[in-house]
Design a protein around this ligand. Sequence first.
Ligand SMILES: NC(=O)c1ccc[n+]([C@@H]2O[C@H](COP(=O)([O-])OP(=O)(O)OC[C@H]3O[C@@H](n4cnc5c(N)ncnc54)[C@H](O)[C@@H]3O)[C@@H](O)[C@H]2O)c1
Length: 265
Amino acid sequence: MALASLTLPDRVIVTGTGSGLGQETARLLLANGVHVLGVDVAQAPADFAEEKTYRHISGSVAEASTWESALAVLDEVGAAHPGLNGLGYVGAAAILEVGILTEEDPAAWRRAWEVNVFGNILALRALLPRLAEEEHGAAVLVSSIDANFGEQGLGAYTSSKAALSGAARTIALDYARTGIQFNILAPGPMRAGLFERHMAAAANPAQWLATRENRQPIGRIPGADEVAEAAQFLLARQSSALYGTTVTADGGLTSSFDFKTGESA
Ligand SMILES: NC(=O)c1ccc[n+]([C@@H]2O[C@H](COP(=O)([O-])OP(=O)(O)OC[C@H]3O[C@@H](n4cnc5c(N)ncnc54)[C@H](O)[C@@H]3O)[C@@H](O)[C@H]2O)c1
């Protein structure tokens, strides 16, 4: 089959590289020769230790000190590798707790907003000036289809994603003339940590999974590696016509309200 190539920033800061989408995005970028700075409270996977172009910043995205460290590491990478061009940001770190309002600790809502919203706000505050300096700067905020739809038991999470998408659209407008590519990636169900945690909380995880697979128009739950390809595209120069928009990567879930698990009408 014919092949096309992507022009990527030489350095990309990816949050949530300890697991799921952040990890798969980092893996893909590393394979394509990008210097990846991973930010996570968890460790990076063991095989990243062998990657000469991976640096790990341990800390919470919701702490300003983490972003001071990230900028320091970015400067170190720049000094060690003069001539690197372009900078990207993929904000994939997030938390999800399952519960309903009157039965859960209100602190769960605060935690979700703190990490899922404020973590990205702090990141952008630190990184927007750096992204704007670059000939090619790109920011990808990972939200969710839950920014627009309710999902039972996930009030804290869905509200955090709605806030993140709302903030991202406006920040994109505020910085539209800086030359930064700024977009939102909205995965649907994806075989990664948050999905697995939601499944584990179900009364019957096998049935929960089967229901979700069947309701997918494509008949399966996309893998984090597939969604990572969409993140990579949004970092690439080739997505320059997209701006402040939301790219939905949900296997068709939200393209219909009346999908009958593959039966014809
Ligand atoms: N999995 C899904 O079905 C799904 C669906 C829609 C959207 N998303 C979004 O995709 C992104 C990735 O989800 P995933 O399922 O791959 O998650 P995951 O749980 O597999 O990975 C999330 C990573 O974020 C890290 N993290 C959590 N809190 C942090 C903090 N305070 N500071 C730094 N790192 C922190 C975790 O340690 C973990 O390594 C999230 O933004 C999520 O909201 C996921």
